[in-house]
Design a binder for this molecule. Structure first.
Ligand code: BJW
Ligand code: ZN
Length: 254
């Protein structure tokens, strides 16, 4: 691994940081083989978001939407966390306080060993009834007949327990993400195009709170100008490099 040389001001902020936020998007899981949404090979180049990731799309084409999520669930179940997820998991003992906020629905942070992950857009490891809201593990319902299967309490259509366009984010999860961001000294945004709100607004909030924003993304994003440090490479390479630099500067005598 070629060592990351940090600008002095960044090194100082990382050395002194007491509250860090790791904020992730689809790019973090790209190296686990899961597709991103936007970009050259993104999922949205094959499908229109409003057809598959909206309540209207689900009402119009329930079977198409369910089958699409089922195939993504199978891909997630077959995927493993990558060095980027593991690097973030290793930060927990390094800082007095760490908040992990993700837009991803794949559970890979947790499988890499992170606890208390704030899932802003829900989880594809769960289904729920679109009528009575009853939650069920996706692993249980994949074998049920029907596309989508029917809720065995009320007969309503099951749907993935994710947040679609036009839907409200889980209130307590968003509140905790905002609170963590307000306290943060360092905010690391990794693998997100920063285009979907209110999630992307956390980056703006961190910047306004004068946290050091670090962006990890091979491409520039609309919010890159807010970053005090941009690492332009894949997360699976840049997060371990950043972690090594954090370990170096936080273990050095002050
Ligand atoms: C790598 C890499 C590698 C590649 N390493 N990096 C304010 C302004 C304008 C609009 C709105 C607004 N507030 C709300 C809205 C409406 C809407 C919205 O944001 N629209 C915008 C698109 C304009 N937001 C909503 O509807 C939200 N609800 C809401 O606001 O409720 C209140 C309300 C309701 C009605 C009206 C007004 C207010 C809900 C948003 C839900 C988003 N849901 C999805 C689907 C989840 C389920 C699923 O997975 O199918 O969430 S959409 C999709 O986008 C998914 C993602 O979490 C989300 C963000 O995508 P992400 O993670 O950034 O991925 P990509 O693909 O965009 O980017 C990947 C990046 O990785 C790229 O930059 C690559 O370069 C990089 N990369 N390889 C590191 N190896
Ligand atoms: Zn039900």
């Amino acid at each position: 691994m070629d060592l990351l040389a940090l600008p002095l001001n960044v090194e100082e902020r990382l050395r002194e940081a007491s509250h860090v936020v790791a904020f992730s998007g689809a790019g973090l899981s790209a190296e686990s083989g899961l597709g991103t949404f936007r970009g050259a090979d993104g999922l949205w180049t094959q499908f229109r978001p409003e057809e598959l990731a909206s309540p209207e799309g689900f009402s119009r084409h329930p079977s198409r939407v369910w089958d699409w999520y089922l195939s993504r669930y199978r891909a997630i179940a077959a995927a493993d966390p990558n060095p980027g997820h593991r690097a973030i998991a290793s930060w927990a003992p390094r800082f007095p306080s760490l908040t992990i906020v993700t837009q991803n629905i794949d559970g890979l942070h947790q499988r890499a060993g992170s606890d208390d992950v704030l899932e802003l857009h829900g989880s594809l490891l769960r289904a729920r009834c679109s009528r009575c809201d009853r939650p069920l593990p996706m692993a249980e319902v994949v074998g049920w007949p029907g596309s989508p299967p029917a809720c065995d309490d009320c007969g309503g259509k099951l749907r993935p327990d994710v947040v679609w366009f036009g839907e409200i984010l889980p209130e307590e999860v968003l509140a905790a993400a905002i609170a963590g961001t307000e306290e943060s000294d360092v905010f690391v945004a990794v693998g997100t195009s920063a285009t979907v709100y209110p999630a992307a607004g956390l980056i703006e909030l961190a910047y306004r709170q004068r946290a050091l924003v670090i962006e990890i993304n091979p491409e520039e994003t609309t919010l890159s100008s807010l970053a005090g440090l941009c690492l332009r490479g894949p997360a699976g390479q840049e997060l371990p490099r950043l972690t090594e630099a954090i370990e170096r500067c936080r273990s050095a005598p002050r």
